[in-house]
Write a protein that binds this ligand. Structure first.
Ligand SMILES: Cc1cc2nc3c(=O)[nH]c(=O)nc-3n(C[C@H](O)[C@H](O)[C@H](O)COP(=O)(O)OP(=O)(O)OC[C@H]3O[C@@H](n4cnc5c(N)ncnc54)[C@H](O)[C@@H]3O)c2cc1C
Length: 477
């Protein structure tokens, strides 16, 4: 294996020092390692909101990394620019003979890395990338015929069969930090200097960086054994809330999967299953990058959707008249998080009740979610829209009222985000339009004045959807 005199380690979706595969290999194979992060203009300039929680989360996370590096006499160089130009230029200035990074599977990132690699090769500088974001990547889990899976359960079984202690072993990158190149402390650019403003991230109690991830993880380990019972109820503290940390790599996937695997028990196994879904969607994106713009199932590329901005805006702005859908959209808009059950319900509602293109919803989630991840978001939307691999069958359509009764039976979640519905009794909180005039007077919640009437009739919208999908699938005679 080639050794290097000076390697540049480029942080991207792996904002931590502990168990960082690329950083570990850089430290192992180089006499000196310098670290860099680039606020990528191509990504940031495309963000429509200048108050963006993800940007603040990144900034806080790299500030923590810089503090940790400083303890070792090193530092993090932070640029605001274009990686394809800045990485080769910086590597050349620093006289680095290699640049190491962890692999990113999104099509734009793959293109970016190809450009960076080519520019570095032109300078005689090696570019090496490593698996870090997932347990199994690309072609590591295939069918017996050597093809990528398109159904989750056999993928999961093959994934579990392939799993061994080595796959979950951490890379002790934080034990080799003495090889970091000595550097004076560097200044982390302020949000303002890169064109952004601070958000409500801190007041939401979201702590970025490895310290925030570790705190959440230890909190979750206390309740992991109940995960399978609690995870579907949005008013209950059931899931881990680690998604934003997985998104930015402030905690290692190996640490999480190992903890779940070692613990065993139904709760931990159910949670491990969710981590396998994550690998599954990364694998799908890798093998089928066309899903970024197309249905995974080509027959559903013919579906016609309504180009109805008013309906779409009502959904975005929590004005559909269906309390669980509206409460979920307020959770998303106010906090950047939405509970998994509600992502399924709101996505289904947009596509199958409002007949709007799943890509519109996918884009809106991408803009709002703190944990936005192309692979999981696209996978989730195509699942809910029944256009994806192993998706919800098109005739199985969530009833937003039944979902509300089953998963928020006391209306606790609804009341948290829709205080205007607080006076409604538990009988009517899931479908307030069923209140008679006297009940509306008594509660002071007048439908059409204090809360909208339902934007569509679910039963009718459902019938139309089944016909549209059946036609597209060629199943109508
Ligand atoms: C329409 C839709 C859009 C979604 N968009 C995203 C997204 O942009 N980013 C994202 O990380 N997840 C997305 N998900 C998956 C899931 O809803 C979130 O990962 C989960 O709600 C995050 O909360 P948590 O960390 O508390 O999850 P937990 O229940 O604690 O799960 C642990 C981790 O497993 C992974 N995970 C869980 N469920 C899934 C899943 N269905 N697919 C892939 N990974 C999963 C996540 O990394 C999550 O953090 C989407 C789901 C749907 C239905």
């Amino acid at each position: 294996m080639r050794e290097f005199a000076h390697t540049l380690f480029w942080f991207r979706r792996d904002l931590r020092l502990a168990d960082n595969a690329g950083l570990y290999h850089a430290l192992e194979r180089s006499q000196r390692v310098s670290c860099i992060f680039i606020f990528d203009r191509a990504i940031l300039d495309a963000l429509p909101d200048k108050r963006h929680r993800r940007v603040e989360f990144i900034r806080e996370s790299i500030a923590e990394i810089e503090r940790l590096l400083r303890r070792h006499g090193a530092s993090l160089t932070v640029l605001h620019g274009r990686p394809a130009e800045d990485i080769p230029a910086f590597a050349k200035r620093q006289k680095a003979d290699a640049v190491f990074a962890n692999r990113d599977y999104e099509p734009d990132a793959v293109r970016r890395d190809r450009a960076v690699g080519a520019a570095l090769a032109g300078l005689g500088i090696e570019f090496a990338t490593f698996k870090d974001q997932v347990i199994f990547e690309q072609d590591e889990v295939l069918t017996q015929n050597g093809k990528p899976f398109s159904v989750f359960t056999p993928y999961k079984n093959a994934w579990l069969r392939r799993l061994s202690v080595e796959n979950l072993q951490g890379h002790p990158s934080d034990k080799r930090l003495e090889r970091l190149a000595p550097m004076p402390a560097s200044e982390i650019p302020s949000l303002e200097s890169i064109g952004f403003e601070s958000t409500n991230l801190k007041s939401l109690g979201i702590v970025a960086g490895p310290a925030g991830a570790s705190k959440l993880f230890h909190d979750f380990l206390e309740r992991i054994e109940h995960y399978h019972e609690t995870r579907n109820f949005p008013a209950v503290k059931g899931p881990s809330y680690l998604s934003v940390h997985l998104r930015f790599g402030t905690i290692s996937i190996r640490t999480l999967a190992r903890a779940a695997w070692e613990r065993g028990g139904y709760g931990a196994q159910t949670w491990l299953n969710e981590l396998i879904w994550r690998d599954f969607y990364f694998m799908i994106l890798h093998h089928h990058p066309r899903v970024v713009s197309e249905a995974f199932r080509p027959e559903f590329n013919n579906l016609e959707f309504l180009q109805d901005e008013a309906r779409f805006n009502a959904w975005c702005e929590a004005r559909t008249g269906y309390p669980l859908v509206d409460a979920a959209m307020r959770q998303l808009n106010n906090t950047g998080y939405m509970h998994n059950r509600l992502r399924m319900v709101t996505a289904s509602f947009l596509v199958k009740d409002l007949h709007i293109d799943w890509r519109w919803g996918e884009r809106y989630f991408a803009r709002q979610l703190n944990d936005f991840d192309l692979a999981a978001n696209n996978g989730g939307w195509q699942w809910a829209a029944s256009t994806g691999c192993d998706a919800q069958p098109y005739f199985r359509i969530f009833n937003p009222v039944t979902q509300s009764e089953n998963f928020d039976p006391d209306g606790k979640f609804i009341r948290k985000y829709m205080p205007e519905l607080t006076p409604c009794s538990n009988k009517f909180i899931h479908a307030p339009w069923l209140m008679g005039a006297a009940e509306q007077q008594r509660t002071g919640v007048i439908i059409g004045r204090d809360y909208p009437a339902p934007i569509v009739d679910h039963a009718q919208a459902r019938r139309v959807t089944i016909e549209r999908y059946a036609t597209a699938a060629g199943r109508l005679r």
